[in-house]
Design a protein around this ligand. Structure first.
Ligand code: NAP
Length: 308
């Protein structure tokens, strides 16, 4: 049996909404149940048709499900895992979409009974929006989903979950849990922290007025603000739960920043030129890998382009 018959979504925000819409787009025919913390989100998810049935508790939502996906902030997963553990069907697969994998493995894993397959996942796809209305069916198309199966996990269960992510449009790669956290820290977590910092700095620079920051933002700052508008709960939990890898990357970042600062101070144009040539090539390889558009200004349209 390759397709899941009943998918339970625990948390009904951007990721869960997108999973539901992608399941429907692919005509998988799975029953979808779900739950969220607030009544407002549960009602909205039902109104949008993201779930066939919505329940007040996670324990009720997982009953009869052969695939359970935890779509919650990382810091909430352990408690929810404890709640659902006694209600899980024999042979069910439990996965998650959390941006950190060691903390999920360590907080969810111990609650999982022997008769289920717990396989952490991280679809590397998202936006700065949150909530059930933010979901869209194509979120996973041509994006990577990193799966981090733990030692001793049943191979056929891993294969089945991998096929599920692939059928939602994602490319799947298997990765060690701790290596995942380092990779995620380089490509996502540290860049988010840097964006948060840059927007915070601009906000603190009282010599530059808020109106100037807003009006002239297309000069580069705007691209930081998109990232810095990401969900505060989600990102608080990411940093609290991927502490070591993030601090390691930020240490490296600080060293590079000092090197660039020194080059500016000493007028070392060759250093700056070579550095920026190397980083431009990285952007090129992301485009060549089909992970972003080659259109100028991220394809926003020429009438919006200002000098940067
Ligand atoms: P979201 O849109 O904010 O949705 C989160 C959902 O979790 C909401 O339904 C919320 O319910 C529920 N929730 C929050 N705290 C809870 C708690 N303590 N107990 C029970 N339910 C709770 O978040 P998302 O963007 O879908 O992110 C979900 C997960 O995906 C996170 O772990 C994140 O790290 C990961 N992820 C996110 C992205 C991204 O770009 N957003 C990308 C990849 C992975 P209420 O609405 O009722 O509060």
């Amino acid at each position: 049996m390759s397709q899941y018959q009943h998918v339970a979504l625990i948390g009904l925000g951007l990721l869960a909404g997108s999973i539901s819409l992608a399941i429907r787009r692919e005509g998988m025919g799975a029953k979808i149940t779900g739950t969220a913390r607030s009544k407002a989100t549960r009602d909205k998810a039902q109104e949008l048709g993201l779930v066939d049935e919505v329940f007040n508790t996670a324990a009720e939502a997982v009953k009869g499900a052969d695939l359970i996906i935890l779509c919650l902030p990382v810091g909430a997963m352990g408690r929810v895992a404890e709640e659902i553990a006694p209600c899980l069907e024999r042979g069910a697969t439990i996965t998650d979409v959390g941006s950190v994998k060691r903390a999920v493995a360590d907080t969810v894993g111990p609650h999982m009974p022997d008769h289920v397959h717990f396989i952490p996942s991280h679809p590397m796809a998202g936006t700065e929006k949150s909530g059930p209305e933010a979901g869209f069916a194509s979120l996973f198309d041509n994006r990577w989903c990193l799966m981090t199966p733990l030692d001793g996990t049943d191979h056929s269960a891993v294969e089945r979950l991998s096929k599920f992510w692939t059928s939602l449009g994602a490319n799947v790669e298997m990765m060690d849990v701790d290596h995942h956290d380092l990779v995620a820290s380089v490509i996502s977590h540290a860049p988010h922290l840097i964006a948060y910092t840059m927007v915070g700095v601009a906000d603190d620079m009282t010599r530059v007025t808020k109106t100037e920051v807003v009006n002239y933002s297309a000069a580069g700052f705007r691209d930081f603000t998109r990232i810095a508008a990401s969900d505060p709960t989600m990102w608080r939990d990411v940093f609290l739960n991927n502490k070591d890898a993030t601090l390691e990357v930020l240490g490296r970042f600080t060293e590079e920043l000092f090197a660039l600062q020194r080059a500016i101070r000493t007028g070392d144009g060759d250093f700056l030129f070579d550095y920026f040539t190397r980083t431009r090539a990285i952007r090129r390889s992301i485009i060549d890998a089909g992970q972003d558009t080659d259109a100028p200004n991220f394809g926003r349209g020429y009438d919006h382009i200002e000098e940067n």
